[in-house]
Design a protein around this ligand. Structure first.
Ligand code: ADP
Ligand code: MG
Ligand code: ZN
Length: 481
């Protein structure tokens, strides 16, 4: 059978670090980095005799995530111990949630080109992160850093509803943008504050039952997730095609070799012996509290998108690009408030700004200028103070040394030339130098006009007002040449 005869089935367990100020069961800071073992206390270092106290903010953040993903929120919920041994987990158990998760039965809608699809959210629960092992590159041992131990996480478990790497990519991007909008996590994948376990199986198209799944742990880049899914699906198809059977196992994706490797097989699957943590009491989130949190939620990407297409007439595609990142969307909103020209602002962000950040290989969040600067740039073009080609130079300058666009153009002498006498002078000199273009234009070749305007722009170093050039060229050719 060929690849096309199989369907890929994928479900994700996504871990996201919450950006509360303090850890989940103690008052240590959650800041990333820092000297090893400086963000910890007896509680998160698991000293005997210490007691955890649940951070109320963590519950609120998780409820926000639940509401933003259409989940039911449990009125009453509890914390359970998940028992296992690893050197980065000093208590030898992780406090998590087992059979009474805080949120369940939600969904996220993803965009797939023309169509939309709902991906079910099975549950969202709260838990603590583990510490970090720093392995000595010369093999002399490993050092434990407990700064991350006790940093709050939510785990978002999806239904096995995804059918391709493309759907997984769309799901993760949507989830990431929702978490960013509601400001519960910074979702920095490179810092590990958003990571995913990818569960994958295959089945013959039309089959009712799911196949046996494998699980790839701790993936933290979109690119490797897509590659890993493609690799793992092919590997499973080949096994089945050759009459083999998929073993349920936990895998590790290796980005360098582009392959998956076994971490544990089913026999070595762990029995976590979950039980309710006797040090923590059940906690409640009343209906009233839920309502208050719901009211505090900001506008989500879906609703922003609707506004962009319906109110501003921005295309579906462009709106998607804008809202897929909170950074872009906020930049758009603020710059538009200043300039009142949504289409122009959207174009600047999607074409020019995106081009420059790709060239410079920087993140959107590293854009050095403000939304005010972008808004003012758009106004200067709308007023005709500068042409849009000068606008591009102003933008480059904003990336280099951000300051008011007005100052930049004054300093650089880039103000558009709209003085009739100067325009006249340029037009006449270009016409005198290009008799052939005049003849072409008279013979009906409209492109000749474009050439002439281009020459005049060149002569004025991009500063001449193009509309004025255009009409003056036509007038002069028709009347004087
Ligand atoms: P565990 O904690 O043992 O990993 P769950 O049963 O909660 O397990 O499932 C974890 C994830 O695996 C979920 O996201 C779910 O959608 C996904 N999943 C379950 N069965 C399959 C399957 N046959 N193929 C692909 N994904 C699956
Ligand atoms: Mg799992
Ligand atoms: Zn602590």
């Amino acid at each position: 059978m060929s690849k096309e005869d199989y369907e890929i089935v994928i479900g994700l367990e996504v871990h996201s670090e919450l950006s509360t100020n303090t850890k989940i069961f103690c008052s240590c800071p959650t800041d990333f980095g820092g000297e090893p073992n400086t963000h910890c206390c007896p509680i998160c270092m698991a000293m005997p005799g210490t007691l955890p106290v649940l951070n109320e903010e963590v519950v609120k953040y998780a409820v926000k995530a639940g509401l933003a993903t259409n989940c039911e929120i449990a009125i009453e919920s509890k914390n359970d111990r998940k028992n296992y041994f690893y050197p980065d987990l000093p208590k030898a158990y992780q406090i998590s949630q087992y059979d009474e998760p805080l949120c369940k039965k939600g969904y996220i809608e993803i965009d797939l080109g023309e169509t939309k699809k709902k991906i079910g959210i099975t549950r969202i629960h709260i838990e603590e992160d583990a510490g970090k092992l720093n392995h000595d590159p010369y093999g002399r041992g490993s050092l434990v850093d407990l700064n991350r131990a006790g940093v709050p996480l939510i785990e978002i478990v999806s239904e096995p509803d995804m059918r391709s790497a493309e759907e997984v990519d769309a799901y993760l991007k949507k989830l990431k943008s929702i978490l960013e909008y509601i400001e519960v996590s910074d979702c920095k994948m490179q810092e590990g504050s958003l990571r995913a376990d990818v569960n994958i199986s295959i089945r013959k198209k039309g089959a009712k039952e799911f196949g046996t799944r494998t699980e790839m742990k701790n993936m933290n880049s979109f690119r490797s997730i897509v590659r890993a899914i493609e690799y793992e699906a092919d590997r499973q198809i080949e096994i089945i095609d050759n009459g083999g059977k998929i073993e349920q196992e936990t895998l590790r994706w290796d980005d360098v070799s582009g392959k998956t490797f076994q971490m544990r097989d089913k026999e070595n699957a762990q029995d976590y012996r979950y039980f309710p943590d006797p040090d923590l009491i059940k906690f409640t989130v009343s209906k009233e509290t839920q309502e208050l949190i719901k009211e505090s939620l900001p506008e989500l990407p879906e609703s922003r998108k609707k506004r962009y297409t319906e109110e501003y007439g921005i295309s579906e595609r462009d709106s998607n690009i804008l809202v897929s990142s909170k950074y872009y969307s906020d930049l758009f909103e603020k710059a538009n408030k200043i300039s009142n020209n949504p289409k122009a602002v959207s174009n600047w962000i999607i074409t020019e700004i995106t081009r420059v950040i790709n060239e410079k290989e920087i993140e959107q969040s590293e854009i050095p200028f403000s939304a005010e600067h972008l808004g003012e740039l758009v106004i200067l073009i709308d007023k005709g103070t500068i042409s849009s080609s000068i606008g591009k130079k102003v933008l480059e300058e904003l990336f280099e040394n951000p300051r008011k666009p007005e100052e930049i153009i004054k300093e650089k002498g880039w103000i558009q030339i709209s003085d009739e006498n100067v325009i006249e002078e340029i037009v006449v000199s270009v016409l005198d130098a290009n008799p052939q273009s005049i003849a072409d234009f008279k013979a009906g070749k409209d492109r000749a006009l474009g050439f002439l305007v281009g020459q005049a722009m060149k002569q004025s170093k991009g500063k001449a007002n193009p509309q004025m050039l255009n009409s003056r060229f036509i007038e002069l050719i028709n009347n004087k040449y």
